[in-house]
Design a protein around this ligand. Sequence first.
Ligand code: NG1
Ligand code: ZN
Length: 560
Amino acid sequence: MDEEQRAILLESATRFPTPEGVKLSYGTSGFRADASILSSTVFRVGILAALRSLKTQSVIGLMITASHNEVSDNGIKIADPSGGMLTQEWEPFADTLANAIDAQDLVRLIVEFAKKENIPFGGVHSAQVLLGRDTRPSGESLMEAARQGINSIVGAVAIDMGVLTTPQLHWMVRGRNKGMKASEPDYYEQLSNSFGCLMDLIPKEMAALAMDEKLTVDGANGVGGEKLEELKKLLNGLVIQVRNDGKEGGVLNEGVGADYVQKEKVVPCSFGPNDVGLRCASLDGDADRLVYFHVLSKSNNKIDLVDGDKILSLFALYIKEQLGILTKKEDEEVNNDYRVRLGVVQTAYANGASTDYLKHLGLEVIFTHTGVKYLHEKAAEYDIGIYFEANGHGTILFSEHFVCWLEAKKNELASISTDLEMQKAALRLLAVSNLINQAVGDALSGLLLVEAILRHMGWSIQKWSELYQDLPSRQLKVKVADRTAVITANAETVVVKPPGLQEAINAETAKYPQGRSFIRPSGTEDVIRVYAEASTQESADSLAKSVAQHVDHFLGFGSS
Ligand code: NG1
Ligand code: ZN
């Protein structure tokens, strides 16, 4: 790095002093904190994104969102060239940069890191960073901080894509790096075309059924609602009504959104007695999570939640069915020697009943740490990897090798086989691979796939929900003095430190039939999360409460 570059960095960094006494960590998905203290972090992540672009010689994404957190928070994360999350290898550097004490320290760290990573400054390729933000009021000024960070790397170009859902930005980064058309209209076109394909391939007997075409969506008063309004103009055979689109003054994530609906299991604002039985869906603040629900009764606000685990189960069932048709042995003319590897990835938060259900289907189920980056990485090891967190964050990954095989198969079938069902199965799987976001979990593409599959099966939301019965569960948060004092193992199901805490959890769990409980430090909030499951809601509540009391006793002050 030359003197001029150093001087520019030093000058711009002095404009973004760090707030006193704040230590930030890149966490489960980027940095998150109260928006008022984030400018310097966002500025520094802008620099990081430009460096990552130089290193990879590819387009990098930078998204400003705090997803499901309250509106006063904001956050920032990086999309790598594949469209996935920033490589975990660079996370420690992100932490170091964010916590550098002053401008001099920051520049010293950048120089050191750039040398270690051999980052090519001043080469033929300049850095390119795509920027997106959700609808949080703080987004605009944070975007400016990000731009200044990027611009302090000589030659770097910041391309502002404006207000987007998180998955749209990831999709664009992936598309650009693959040389594909990847604008916002391209996104809508790809989703609506592949949805149209799936709808055209619905078996005749199902297409003839009188199904409810209407879906009512809670937009969390965030970006998802307005983007869905765009998308729905291009859809045939599906009528979408968006509520909580943020235009009527509702507050982002306040009493609305996928996180609220999934954790509280009650109707979001602006849903009520008149909606009993309707098929409803809820997005989170940046539209990367999706859950479904239906209102149970006119007399209270209870819902039947159809969470990420059940979305996963629906997808798995459909994919397995299509693969079964495609690779059936009866057709002698077709070469069926390829064994397709289908994997399903969950976390410890997956409802135990969903895991049992998936295993009964004969599927390979794998567990990873919480956080999509871990699930995504695992799912990418399969020909088709389906991953979902219970909170509605997930997607289906198709390996490039498998998509090529599928293309070839489709052509082979069209020329030599008279088996129309096999041809349709190949076309359906190809359409799914185009519809469902390959970069990251995406509520909008997930929603279209759910809708197409329900139509394919001829199922109402009630029928879908009956796939299996969730075990009652409860989640709590406990504020502690230092959440890093908790160390876990076995995909976060066992506490290793502090000593004695796991034994206390075991003793509580043993008191309840079908009891299961675990704790882990949150990666996005300064809390310890407690999860409990048991045969009745009362037992799950009581188990969660006693485990939370142990956490409080071992580690800190006050629980909520
Ligand atoms: P943390 O705060 O680490 O629990 C939450 C979710 C994750 C993931 C991330 C990123 C729960 C229990 N945890 O992480 O699953 O979605 O946010 O958005 O829902
Ligand atoms: Zn989100």
